[in-house]
Design a protein around this ligand. Structure first.
Ligand code: SAH
Ligand code: SF4
Length: 427
């Protein structure tokens, strides 16, 4: 494996930010051809700096940045000409130098059960996806952090794709902006602070459908830590999208060295893709386990800043027939969670099959029995209902469906080859 410190900037593969894990990134972001800067994804302080560098004096830069930030994140405006409290002459000045971007929508699907899924494209032409899952009392947006994934969990379709690149903070927060656009959820208020009354109904106090965010789309968020943190800070900013950290969950396959920083610097709820309770099985289905083992992972969970009985850690467990679904597995799961004294809940996820997948989903009876054993030990273990199956709304499946015709034949070979390569890289 390559040492990140020996790779020179700009030449060849780039190390993962933070120098924690030397996973090579094939390419970085391509800058915009027209030279304008996309403001989405930048913190207010950076916008202020850019305005000052473009010629505004310090006071004006600060004021304009505050106004623009509010329009971007509170109103969802994408056009400078709509920013009515900014001088008319100033608006074209901004438009010449800056843009307010959104990921391009390649395809939008609506499931019979209300689940919505979007295939999105970055400005430099890479596809990734986002899913919105409405429930009785909440609406959850499942956000991607990378195009592809460097890890290769054997049951996960994203794991068969190469990592193309990390998503930028703008592309990550851009997903939330786009979902609000699509759901029509920007306040229609006035800039003097007097909000126009919104329709009653919906789930949240302010009538919005999008109430929760989970970093559970494509990619491993803790392998793109800086960008995910910067994006989530914008999502949580009181002057911005203003979503509470209690309504945001970050899911990791177990990048132990980044977990404490996730708690300290982002402070969101943690979900851990556990999926197995023995070294052998976890090594097979979640190969990062060879690098960061099960017991160390559980110890890191016990030390996660902010974890408590009021804010429990979610352990995700995908139900794979005859692989990880026995009564003994369920009892071992209980033993491990008790051993580390974890404030835990367990999410049992019926495996969503994809072409060429080497596993099948456990039977409903088996899943029920597994859930009962965990539940009887006093740990909540709901079975997640599969959502949006008619539109393949599971991780990594829309992008692949779009490529299906050309890829169908190569699919199997690719799965095998990429698994072999990634496993070799993990050592
Ligand atoms: N990389 C992070 C977050 C993205 S994956 C992680 O692994 O936690 C989000 C969740 O989707 C994970 O828990 C993963 O196990 C689950 N998942 C992936 N493929 C699936 C499939 N085919 N069926 C059911 N769940 C799947
Ligand atoms: Fe990557 Fe998560 Fe899929 Fe594993 S489950 S391959 S970490 S996206």
């Amino acid at each position: 494996m390559t040492d990140p410190d020996t790779i020179s900037a700009g030449a060849g593969p780039m190390p993962i930010p933070g120098h924690i894990d030397p996973v090579p990134l094939p390419r970085d972001v391509t800058p915009r051809a027209d030279g304008r800067v996309d403001l989405i994804g930048l913190p207010k302080a950076r916008i202020t700096e850019l305005f000052a560098a473009a010629g505004l004096d310090a006071k004006a830069a600060k004021l304009r940045a505050k106004q623009v930030f509010h329009w971007l994140y509170h109103r969802g405006v994408t056009d400078f000409s709509a920013m009515t409290d900014i001088a008319k002459t100033m608006r074209p000045w901004l438009a010449e130098r800056f843009v307010v971007g959104r990921p391009e929508v390649v395809e939008a699907q609506h499931s019979r059960d209300g689940t919505r899924k979007w295939l999105l494209r970055t400005a430099d032409g890479h596809d990734f996806e986002m899913v919105f899952i409405p429930d009785a009392d909440r609406g959850t947006l499942c956000v991607s952090s990378q195009v592809g994934c460097t890890l290769n969990c054997r049951f996960c379709h994203t794991g068969t794709m190469r990592l193309v690149r990390n998503l930028t903070p703008g592309e990550i927060v851009g997903q939330v902006m786009l979902a609000r656009d699509a759901l029509g959820e920007w306040p229609k208020g006035r800039m003097d602070g007097l909000e126009i009354e919104e329709d009653e109904g919906g789930y949240s106090a302010d009538g919005r459908l999008l109430t929760n965010i989970v970093m559970m789309g494509m990619g491993e968020p803790l392998y793109n830590f800086d960008n995910v943190r910067d994006a989530l800070r914008l999502v949580m900013d009181g002057d911005g999208l203003a979503l509470s950290k209690r309504r945001i969950t970050l899911s990791t396959s177990g990048v132990i060295p980044m977990m404490a920083r996730c708690g300290e610097e982002i402070g969101v709820n943690l979900a851990v893709s556990l999926h197995a309770v023995s070294k052998d099985v976890r090594d097979e289905i979640v190969p990062i386990n060879k690098k960061y083992g099960l017991e160390d992972l559980l110890a890191a969970c016990a030390a996660y800043p902010g974890a408590s009985n009021a804010r429990r850690i979610t352990f995700e467990y995908v139900m794979l027939k005859d692989k990880n679904d026995s009564d003994a597995d369920a009892r071992e799961l209980v033993r491990l969670l008790r051993k580390y004294d974890l404030p835990a809940k367990v999410n049992l996820i019926p495996f969503n099959p994809w072409p060429g997948a080497p596993y099948a989903c456990s039977t409903p009876e088996r899943i029920r029995r597994f859930s009962d054993i965990v539940f009887e030990a006093g740990i909540s273990a709901p079975v997640r209902t599969p959502r949006g199956r008619d539109i393949d709304a599971a991780c990594g499946q829309l992008r692949t469906a779009a490529e299906k015709k050309s890829r169908a034949e190569r699919d199997r070979e690719d799965v095998e080859r990429i698994h072999a390569e990634k496993q070799a890289a993990l050592g």
